[in-house]
Ligand binder design. Structure first.
Ligand SMILES: Nc1ncnc2c1ncn2[C@@H]1O[C@H](COP(=O)(O)OP(=O)(O)OP(=O)(O)O)[C@@H](O)[C@H]1O
Ligand SMILES: [Mg+2]
Length: 460
């Protein structure tokens, strides 16, 4: 475990990379996060005597324990607050962690703190911090410096709020905010590179030079893995397949491929829309992550149709083999104009920006940088974020970039294993926070007290 010296004491550092789908938390100096849990927070309805929901509720009598279990052994955050920070004790009831949020309970709303990758719901964010500190790491916030990842385009007001949260609510001894792209670069052993990050909510292309992001080259869009999930869901809708999530299935009978499912539904009254939506998306995510494939070359329907099909069985027993469709769904990342599936709601949403093909996003980022730097960036293209794990993604990006910038040497920095792709920013944070020289960069509590939240300007 890496330590830093603070006020004469050695304190170990923690690293939090809270993504819009998965929160990754653990100790600096370790190879991978100690805990990974969904970034969803369940809010029970207010108790009848409790106008504003402040009274802690007991366990709901009716919970669905048939759901697959994850790594969590859950106790809600407010039960675990033991830190000197004095937080986590008088918290409202929240459900956090894989077991908790996927367990069906009447009227429980699920919220995600992020919108397009930026924190929007600070109460839900705190619930994730509580869960990380008190339920998963069992660590006292006052005893650990905290390195926190953020998108390269995080606005000042969000950065200030994060500093406030860290120092005023959790009373951390030292804090650092680090750009996710810089952390991924570190994880890949590069200080200059073009970082292509595709997570759940966003996809970005960020040039990193000498360990710093080049501001004018930062390009991002609010489309990532969750958008593909949405697209897959629209495809099922169009094909007449209704996705029945686990919590609604009492029992099922095996049926032949492509035949309607035969299952006994489970009564689940007063289910919130948010719980249902997350449960459906979870099934579709599994489909996407096991079945979908990016075409390595430009779209070629006859060639792709000849490739092996992949089967998938849904929780209600409906199953089928998917052929060209498994390529068609992620094709939208590289060829949105031709492949986007629009439902009427999305088509009517004028605020949604057009999706830019990922290779064009990369090009736009590089072209915003000095001409001397461009070949260096193209020769070090580093991919991170779990959405880039769809098979074929790296090959396609390479092929598209090679075709778009002929004569330029393009080199993809393939991450060693899947954990580097999945946990790139966290791993980089773990490395950075354990560097001997890094302790000079932390914002200490004293510095925060002297300067206030605007000290964020020093953290670039
Ligand atoms: N093996 C896989 N193949 C394809 N997609 C995957 C795979 N594993 C995870 N994903 C998708 O990657 C996305 C999550 O990526 P990641 O964990 O990097 O995002 P995040 O850090 O939570 O979000 P963000 O960085 O956008 O805030 C989800 O949409 C998930 O379905
Ligand atoms: Mg992320």
């Amino acid at each position: 475990m890496a330590t830093i010296t603070y006020g004469g004491d050695e304190v170990s550092a923690l690293v939090f990379d809270l993504g819009s789908s998965l929160s990754k938390v653990g100790y600096a100096g370790e190879d991978c996060p100690k805990a990974v849990f969904p970034s969803w927070v369940g809010y029970p309805p207010p108790a009848p005597t409790d106008g504003d929901g402040d009274v802690t509720m007991g366990e709901s009598a009716d919970t669905d324990t048939r759901m697959p279990t994850g790594e969590d052994e859950e106790v809600e955050a407010q039960d675990k607050g033991k830190g000197k920070a004095g937080v986590g004790k008088e918290r409202k009831k929240r459900y956090v962690g894989e077991n908790e949020i996927y367990t069906w309970r009447e009227n429980v709303e699920l919220k995600n703190p992020f919108k397009d990758g930026l924190v929007e719901d600070w109460d839900a964010l705190e619930a994730l911090w509580d869960h990380a500190y008190f339920s998963r790491l069992r660590a006292d916030p006052t005893e650990h410096a905290l390195l926190f990842s953020e998108p390269a385009w995080n606005p000042s007001k969000n950065r200030e709020k994060l500093l406030e949260l860290a120092f005023e609510k959790y009373n951390v001894p030292a804090f650092y905010l680090a750009r996710s792209a810089v952390l991924s670069a570190f994880a890949g052993g590069r200080s200059t590179c073009l970082v292509i990050e595709s997570g759940a909510h966003t996809t970005s292309a960020v040039p990193v030079y000498d360990g710093y992001t080049l501001k004018k080259g930062i390009k991002y869009q609010p489309y990532g893995g969750d958008f593909l999930t949405e697209q897959a869901l629209l495809y099922f809708k169009q094909s007449g397949v209704s996705v029945v999530p686990h919590y609604l299935v009492q029992s099922k009978t095996a049926v032949d491929a492509g035949q309607p499912s035969q299952y006994v539904p489970r009564e689940r009254p007063n289910t919130t829309d948010s719980f249902h939506r997350v449960a459906v998306e979870r099934v579709v995510n599994e489909f996407k992550e096991t079945v979908c494939h990016v075409s390595e070359g430009a779209w070629n329907e006859p060639g792709l149709s000849a490739r092996p099909m992949k089967s998938f069985e849904f929780p209600d027993g409906y199953n089928n083999a998917f052929g060209v469709m498994r390529f068609r769904i992620p094709e939208v990342l590289f060829n949105p104009a031709q492949f986007v599936i629009k439902d009427s709601k999305k088509a009517e949403d004028p605020s949604a920006p057009d999706l830019i093909p990922i290779h064009q996003l990369a090009q736009a980022a590089v072209n915003s940088c000095d001409i001397d730097l461009r070949s260096q960036l193209y020769s070090t293209v580093l991919m991170t974020g779990a959405n880039t794990m769809i098979p074929g993604f790296a090959d396609r990006l390479y092929n598209e970039l090679s075709a778009a910038v002929p004569g330029m040497k393009i080199k993809m920095q393939a991450a060693g294993g899947s954990s580097e792709r999945k946990f790139g920013p966290w791993i980089g944070g773990s490395i950075l926070a354990s560097l001997g020289t890094f302790h000079q960069l932390w914002v200490s509590k004293r510095e925060y007290e002297e300067i206030g939240p605007s000290v964020e300007r020093r953290l670039w």
